[in-house]
Design a protein around this ligand. Structure first.
Ligand code: ADP
Length: 622
C-alpha cells in the first residue's frame, strides 16, 4: 500500500526534486555518509554484543549505465520495516530536520550543498529510489520504494546479507541539467575523492581498467577509491582551509564558516587529536534547552559517541568538533565514561586549549574576538557565574564589557591598566541598555571626575560581579552603591553641613516615604538631576529587577536610599516649602517616583502618581 510522505517532508522533497540550479553532486556524499554511520553503529553494537560481527565493513558503488542505475550498498546496521518508516518516511531525522529548520531562515539555494541535507537529497538526481535493507540479527529484509517523491511503499523482501542497498534510477537528461555524468566511473571517483575521501571505511567500486603491461586485455577490478584517512588524522600542512570548512559545514549544520578552527595533537598520559571549531554565529537555538552540545568521541578513528558533554566544560558549549584518542578503553559504558579519570584529564586539556586559543585571539585578533564575544560572551558570563563561580578563574580574563571610555569593549586587564591615581575600585553601572545607562543621573559626576565606568546591560552581569568580587585586588563597585566613597574631604564636609542644617527637612521626607525607603540623604554624586536611588551593599536594585522578571524574587527587596542633590533648584524650593510649613508628602512621593523611573524601576501606584502630578500642575498654573 502506498503511503504519503508527511507534509513537512513534502516541502523539502519538492525543493530537492526541483533543485536543478544547485550543487546536486552532494547527494553521493550524503548517501555515503549514511552508509558510514550505519557501519559505525554496527561496530559500536559489536563491542558489547558478541553475536554481532562487524568484520570487513564496506561501502560499495555500482554503476549500471544501460539502466541508468546507481547503487550504494553497505554492510552496516541495516533497517527493518519500522526503521524504514520512521527514518525515510518523515523528516524527523537529524540531518534533514536541521536542514529544514535552517531553511525557514535562509535562501534555500545558497545552503543546499554546504549542508548535511540527508537522504532526501537523492531526489535531486533520482526519479525513483529503492532501499533494500536487512537489520542485524533480524530474519526479514524489507524494501522501501518511492517514485517521483509522491509517496512510498514498504514491503517484505529477500536479502542475504545484513546492511542496506540503495538504488537510484537517475532522472533523464534535459537541456538544463545532465544527470548522466553520475553514471561515469571517473566522475564518481572524483566526487568520492572530493567529498568522502576521509570516510574511514573502504568505498569500493568496480572499475574498468584498460589494457596495461600486466593485463593485455581490458578488465574489471574492485578498487578502494578513498584514502580512508579521516581529516583530523591528516597532517595539518596537507589540509587546506576549505577542507576544514567543508568538514565543518557538513558535520555541524552551519552555513557560516567557522570563526576559528583548532586542530592539534597532544602526546602524554592520554594522547589525543582534536579538531575543534568555534562557530562564527551562535545557532538560533543556542541559548535554549534545545541546543545539544558536546564533542564527538572517537577511539583510534572509530566512532564512540556523539554529543559527549563530558569532554568539555559547559561554559565552552559553543565549541563543535571531535576528539580522537588512542588510549581509551572501548568497552566503557556511559556512566563510567563520565567518571573515568582519562575523560576528566581530556576535558581539562581541551578546556585549556579552548581558553588559550580565545586568549590569543583576544590579544592578537581583537576584531575576531569581539565578533566571538558578541555571539558567545553571554555564555562566558554565565559560565563564570554558575556553580558559585567554580570556573571564574578560567574565564575572567576572557570577559569584555562596554565602558564609558570610548564606548568600546574593554577587558578587566585593560581597565585596571589605566586606573586613576588612588582608584581602588572598578566601577560599573547597570541598566537595560548602554544608552539608558549613560543617562543615569549618577553617571554625570563620576565621568566628569575622570573615572571609567563599565556598562552592564545583561541580566547576569551584576550577579557575576558579586561572584567575581574583585579583579587583582580591585573590588567591583556599582555606582549605585550608597558607600561609593568617592567624595573628597571637602565634599564630605559639605554633606555633613547640609545634612545637619536640613535635618528636619530630611526627617520629614523620610517620614513621608517611610514605607518605601530606608533613608533620605544629601548626595554628592548628582550634577543636573535632582534625585536618584541608591542601595546598600548586598542585593541591588538591578538585581531585584532581574529576580522579579524571572519570578524568583520571593519578595526580597534591595534597601532603597533616596539621595537628593543639594545644588539643584528643587532642593531650594523644598527648603522653602518646608519653612512655610507646607505639606511635603506629594512632593516626597513624586521625587521618589521619578527616581524609580530614571532607575528603570516600576512605580508602585501609577494612578496615584498621575493624580499627584496633576494636582501640582494645576497649582503651578493657577
Ligand atoms: P541523518 O543521516 O542526518 O540522520 P538522513 O535523512 O540522511 O538523516 O537519514 C535518516 C536516517 O535513516 C538515518 O539517521 C539512519 O537512521 C537511517 N539511514 C539512512 N541511510 C542508512 C543506511 N545506509 N543504513 C542504515 N540506516 C540508514
Amino acid at each position: 500500500m502506498k503511503k504519503e510522505f508527511k507534509t513537512e517532508s513534502k516541502r523539502l522533497l519538492d525543493l530537492m526534486a526541483n533543485s536543478i540550479y544547485t550543487n546536486t553532486d552532494i547527494f553521493l556524499r550524503e548517501l555515503i555518509s549514511n552508509a558510514s554511520d550505519a557501519l559505525d553503529k554496527k561496530h559500536y553494537l559489536s563491542l558489547t554484543d558478541t553475536s554481532i560481527k562487524a568484520d570487513n565493513p564496506y561501502i560499495r558503488i555500482d554503476i549500471d549505465k544501460d539502466n541508468r542505475k546507481l547503487t550504494i550498498s553497505d554492510n552496516g546496521i541495516g533497517m527493518n520495516d519500522e526503521d524504514l518508516e520512521e527514518n525515510l518516511g518523515t523528516i524527523a531525522q537529524s540531518g534533514s530536520l536541521k536542514f529544514k529548520e535552517q531553511l525557514e531562515k535562509a535562501d534555500s539555494n545558497s545552503i543546499i550543498g554546504q549542508f548535511g541535507v540527508g537522504f532526501y537529497s537523492a531526489f535531486m538526481v533520482a526519479k525513483k529510489i529503492e532501499v533494500l535493507s536487512k537489520k542485524v540479527n533480524e530474519e526479514n529484509a524489507y524494501l522501501w520504494q518511492a517514485e517521483n517523491a509522491e509517496g512510498y511503499e514498504i514491503s517484505k523482501a529477500e536479502k542475504e546479507e545484513e546492511g542496506t542497498i540503495i538504488t537510484l534510477w537517475l532522472k533523464d537528461d534535459s537541456e538544463e541539467k545532465k544527470y548522466s555524468p553520475y553514471l561515469d566511473q571517473d566522475e564518481i571517483r572524483l566526487l568520492i575523492k572530493k567529498y568522502s575521501d576521509y570516510i574511514r571505511y573502504p568505498i569500493q567500486m568496480e572499475v574498468e581498467v584498460i589494457a596495461d603491461e600486466e593485463n593485455k586485455e581490458p578488465h574489471k577490478e574492485l578498487q578502494t577509491i578513498n584514502s580512508m584517512t579521516p581529516l583530523w588524522k591528516k597532517d595539518r600542512k596537507d589540509i587546506k582551509e576549505e577542507d576544514y570548512d567543508d568538514f565543518y559545514f557538513h558535520n555541524y549544520f552551519d552555513y557560516n564558516k567557522p570563526l576559528k578552527t583548532i586542530h592539534y595533537k597532544v602526546e602524554g598520559s592520554t594522547s589525543y587529536t582534536a579538531l575543534l571549531f568555534i562557530p562564527s554565529k551562535a545557532p538560533y537555538n543556542y541559548y535554549t534547552n534545545d541546543y545539544r552540545f558536546g564533542l564527538t568521541l572517537y577511539s583510534r578513528g572509530v566512532f564512540i559517541k556523539d554529543e559527549a558533554d563530558e569532554l568539555i566544560s559547559d561554559c565552552f558549549r559553543f565549541v563543535r568538533g571531535l576528539v580522537d584518542s588512542d588510549d581509551l578503553n572501548l568497552n566503557i559504558s556511559r556512566e563510567i565514561l563520565q567518571q573515568d579519570h582519562q575523560m576528566q584529564s581530556l576535558k581539562k586539556s581541551i578546556d585549556k586549549k579552548v581558553k588559550s586559543t580565545l586568549q590569543t585571539m583576544l590579544k592578537e585578533n581583537r576584531e575576531d574576538y569581539e565578533k566571538f564575544f558578541k555571539e558567545f560572551g553571554l555564555q562566558l558570563k554565565y559560565g563564570a557565574y554558575e556553580n558559585y563561580g567554580q570556573n571564574k578563574d578560567m574565564l575572567v580574563d576572557l570577559l569584555l564589557f562596554k565602558s564609558s571610555k570610548e564606548d568600546k569593549y574593554v577587558s578587566f586587564e585593560e581597565y585596571i591598566s589605566r586606573l586613576k591615581e588612588g582608584q581602588n575600585d572598578i566601577y560599573y553601572a547597570c541598566g537595560e541598555s548602554v544608552e539608558k545607562i549613560k543617562e543615569l543621573p549618577q553617571m554625570e559626576k563620576i565621568l566628569d571626575a575622570g573615572y571609567e565606568v563599565l556598562y552592564l546591560s545583561d541580566n547576569v552581569d551584576e550577579f557575576l560581579m558579586n561572584i567575581l568580587h574583585d579583579y587583582k585586588g580591585k573590588t567591583f563597585k556599582s555606582i549605585n552603591n550608597a558607600d561609593l566613597n568617592l567624595q573628597s574631604e571637602e565634599e564630605k564636609a559639605k554633606i555633613e553641613k547640609e545634612a545637619s542644617e536640613n535635618k528636619d527637612l530630611l526627617e520629614t521626607l523620610k517620614d513621608c516615604l517611610k514605607d518605601e525607603v530606608k533613608d533620605v540623604r544629601i548626595s554628592t554624586r548628582l550634577k543636573s538631576y535632582p534625585v536618584c536611588l541608591v542601595n546598600n551593599e548586598g542585593l541591588s536594585l538591578d538585581m531585584e529587577k532581574v529576580l522579579k522578571e524571572m519570578k524568583q524574587d520571593a519578595g526580597v527587596h534591595a534597601d532603597r536610599i533616596l539621595e537628593i542633590n543639594p545644588d539643584h533648584p528643587l532642593f531650594a524650593a523644598l527648603k522653602k516649602a518646608h519653612d512655610d510649613h507646607k505639606d511635603l508628602s506629594d512632593y516626597a512621593q513624586l521625587m521618589y517616583d521619578q527616581a524609580l523611573l530614571i532607575a528603570g524601576l516600576e512605580i508602585k501606584d501609577p494612578a496615584q502618581y498621575s493624580k499627584r502630578l496633576s494636582r501640582i500642575m494645576i497649582e503651578a498654573m493657577q
